[in-house]
Design a protein around this ligand. Sequence first.
Ligand SMILES: CC(=O)SCCNC(=O)CCNC(=O)[C@H](O)C(C)(C)COP(=O)(O)OP(=O)(O)OC[C@H]1O[C@@H](n2cnc3c(N)ncnc32)[C@H](O)[C@@H]1OP(=O)(O)O
Ligand SMILES: O=C([O-])CC(=O)C(=O)O
Length: 379
Amino acid sequence: MAAVDIKKGLAGVVVDYTAVSKVNPDTNSLLYRGYPVQELAAKCSFEEVAYLLWNGELPNETQLAEFTARERAGRALDPVVKSVVDTLPTTAHPMDVCRTATSVLGARHELAEDSSPEANMKKAIDLWAAMPAVVAYDQRRRRGQDAVEPREDLDYSANFLWMTFGEDPVDEVVEAFNVSMILYAEHSFNASTFTARVVTSTLSDLHSAVTAAIGALKGPLHGGANEAVMHTFDEIGIRSEESLEEAATRARAWMEDALAQKKKVMGFGHRVYKHGDSRVPTMKAALDKMIAHYGRPELLGLYNGLEQAMDEAKAIKPNLDYPAGPTYHLMGFDTQTFTPLFVASRITGWTAHIMEQVASNSLIRPLSEYNGPEERHVP
Ligand SMILES: CC(=O)SCCNC(=O)CCNC(=O)[C@H](O)C(C)(C)COP(=O)(O)OP(=O)(O)OC[C@H]1O[C@@H](n2cnc3c(N)ncnc32)[C@H](O)[C@@H]1OP(=O)(O)O
Ligand SMILES: O=C([O-])CC(=O)C(=O)O
């Protein structure tokens, strides 16, 4: 039998063109529609970046005003979604809640079966606008709290924090949250985006594709890693009375032990970047600001200790989920809510890819090499 070149995990396989983003591991850079992500994070609101991903250009003032008005008009918690969420146990994983809510919103959308460019753009904006209410309400109901009404005077990030915590958000926190939303928005053919493109390639609808993408993002080898990072911190033990150095020493010992046991430590490594994730320095700077804001140096100790021990032992660098996890923890999100925050952001990238797939579609259907039993017959 001739040897077949199996590309396990599709590693290194170029599947299609995309104009949405460029991940370049050689220059350690990430461009959204040509713009370096660090510049977008420093100079733009998440709304501007969402507009860019969907339209290919940054909005002018008039376009931004019209776009933000559309987003603000779609923020309220859909009463049917709320009633469905209320039937789910509070022990349900928030990613399952997000996935279910997306499915309900799809089934209820007046353009559910329309995949024209105009319909898909409307569905993308509607879903993106609706998701913070779902994520925020789900965290609140698990804490025994009622839903909070959205505020039209706040931007996307500030309103997200408002609807989650019901308190006026602090500018510094909003800024760090906005950075995380921008950095999480898009990353070429990652597993969840590819999932969305596979579903779209069968000419299925946008909400079906996003529902499937949420399922793919949930796993700890992908978006679920931001939650897993916090579980690592919890396992090591967060001790607020501890100094940075003491925390780092304990974290180093934990990592050495984990690696000796050949454990995979979530928040480290990447399929494409081999010398560090382009987004980490920007997210780490946001984390540093939050550590200073909340006065929690021991978290930086844990962060540094794990990073240094991993680098020394295996030269594997952190990915975006590593600084994002403790940042969201400091802001007050439940650990299980971290990946749904990623969902709210990545809806922009997923749906940009869905629209690109529709515009230049070919059914995605690779081949496999059979290695089961030889042909046989029922006795
Ligand atoms: C936003 C995001 O989705 S970013 C990714 C988030 N995911 C994680 O943080 C999960 C942890 N990381 C990993 O599992 C991997 O690095 C992946 C899945 C992200 C990329 O994996 P791949 O490119 O398939 O590399 P693979 O898993 O084969 O690892 C290559 C080697 O590095 C090791 N390695 C890679 N990541 C890690 C890690 N996080 N901890 C320990 N060892 C690791 C592997 O054990 C393997 O070692 P070996 O050759 O001795 O067997
Ligand atoms: O690109 C990947 O494989 C995973 C990732 O970092 C992302 O989706 O943001």
